[in-house]
Design a protein around this ligand. Structure first.
Ligand code: CP
Length: 303
């Protein structure tokens, strides 16, 4: 059974094939249609991921259902496994799941319904990574020796995890910066730690992260917003030190004037809105991959 769970399951060639398929769909070079049934199951809040999966599903003609966790039998103690088993039993072909447990999918991999990971706690966010890699590829066309600075709350960010793994695998130089206490030494093998000032100056891609207060133990909040912005944020002053060709990214939601100055979010160097748009096409590519398993067929395709 083909599930989309983690960037770790892909070789560079396979992941870049997904990027190119997403680009095909974006530029109208190809279409994919499916009359299969899909259920979106979001156990955590979402704006971009949920709505862009829904948009992708509409565009390709899938039969779409949304599982409302708040009014479901989850409130009567139904387990994730039993909810997904129920979706399978009533005829779902694919389930798109966001869940706070980093390992939630372990219990689902032997089911017949196909699982797409829309974010697993602090674990993985592979569809975000696909749209991020797509956005960087559109800009630079290559990852070899590209300096990508991931700045902010790295420890609690599943986006950071998926991106550091994939960028490192693709040959980029990953740079980490931000508060010391928001870094996990397990990630040292994927990149180099620098001060925020040095990271912003060195980067071709400045990827800012939100402080994930909802995941911090005991509501830990060691910084005031203004203090955080000045010490670790992309301020107007730091922005002036970026390379001419460098771009700004952020997975969003954004806390304006905390990790990034309000006026930079839609500035010329920012690709934050493009990331959101690319998310729809990245998710069509994921659904095609899950549903058609057509990589063997596409392997000889000239891009
Ligand atoms: N980037 C991202 O995952 O946003 P949402 O939490 O709004 O889906």
């Amino acid at each position: 059974m083909r599930h989309f769970l983690s960037v770790e399951q892909f070789t560079n060639e396979e992941f870049m094939m997904l990027v190119r398929r997403a680009s095909d769909f974006k530029h109208g070079r190809d279409r994919f249609k499916s009359d299969r049934t899909i259920v979106n199951m979001f156990y955590e809040n979402s704006t971009r991921t949920k709505m862009s999966f829904e948009m992708a599903e509409h565009k390709i003609g899938m039969h779409q259902m949304n599982f409302d966790v708040t009014t479901s039998s989850v409130n009567k103690g139904e387990s994730l496994y039993d909810s997904v088993l129920t979706m399978q039993a009533i005829g779902a072909d694919v389930v798109v799941i966001r869940h706070p447990d980093p390992n939630y999918s372990d219990q689902l991999v032997n089911l017949d319904v196909q699982v797409v990971n829309a974010g697993s706690g602090t674990g993985q966010h592979p569809s975000q990574s696909l749209l991020d890699i797509m956005t960087i590829y559109e800009e630079f066309g290559d990852f070899t020796d590209l300096n990508v600075a991931i700045i902010g709350d790295i420890m609690y960010s599943r986006v950071a995890v998926s991106n550091m793994m994939m960028l490192n695998q693709l040959g980029a130089n990953v740079i980490f910066a931000g508060p010391d206490q928001y870094f996990d030494k397990r990630y040292e093998k994927y990149g180099e730690w620098m001060s925020v000032d040095a990271a912003v100056k060195a980067a071709d891609v400045v990827m800012m992260l939100r402080v994930q207060l909802e995941r911090h133990p005991n509501g830990d909040k060691p910084f005031e917003k203004k203090d955080y912005h000045e010490r670790f944020g992309l301020t107007r002053e730091r922005f002036q030190t970026m390379k001419d060709h460098a771009i700004i990214m952020h997975p969003a939601p954004v806390n304006r004037d905390v990790e990034i100055a309000d006026e930079l979010i839609e500035c010329k160097k920012s690709r934050i809105v493009s990331q959101m748009s690319n998310g729809v096409f990245a998710r069509i590519a994921i659904l095609e991959w899950v549903l058609k398993g057509r990589y063997d067929e596409l392997n000889n395709h000239k891009w």
